[in-house]
Design a protein around this ligand. Structure first.
Ligand code: ZN
Ligand code: ZN
Length: 122
């Protein structure tokens, strides 16, 4: 896997819109990423959602998200390496590192460069 440069995995500005249901991150290299709430929840990296040691997680076989699972309520910084997302169903154990978020950027340019393993992808 290609190493990311420092500017590529360091957020500059983090924002978002509840109305548009997106989280927006501007990176130090000038790139801008926009993530839909559903997309982020599907990518939740925690063991509860994705499973662990071969055991399936809550989202492993899910066909769709409940409205609560896909409603982002808050974002909390975690150290200086990422953030956790707090969802309306009370879930908050997933830590999204900055590097993983940059790799998850759904834009064509990043998908071509990093080839993120998106569950929603074709
Ligand atoms: Zn999770
Ligand atoms: Zn991108």
């Amino acid at each position: 896997m290609r190493e990311l440069r420092y500017e590529e995995r360091r957020p500059d500005v983090i924002g978002g819109s509840i109305e548009r249901r997106v989280v927006e991150i501007s990176w130090l290299d000038g790139h801008r990423s926009e993530y839909g709430f559903e997309y982020l929840r599907w990518q939740c990296p925690c063991a509860l959602c994705q499973g662990e040691g071969g055991a399936p997680g809550a989202l492993t076989f899910a066909a769709e998200l409940t409205p609560e699972q896909a409603a982002l309520q808050d974002m909390q910084p975690v150290g200086n390496y990422g953030m956790s997302l707090i969802w309306a169903d009370g879930h908050s154990t997933g830590i999204y590192t900055w590097e993983s978020l940059r790799r998850l950027c759904p834009c064509q340019e990043c998908q071509a460069r990093f080839g993120a393993g998106s569950r929603q992808g074709p």
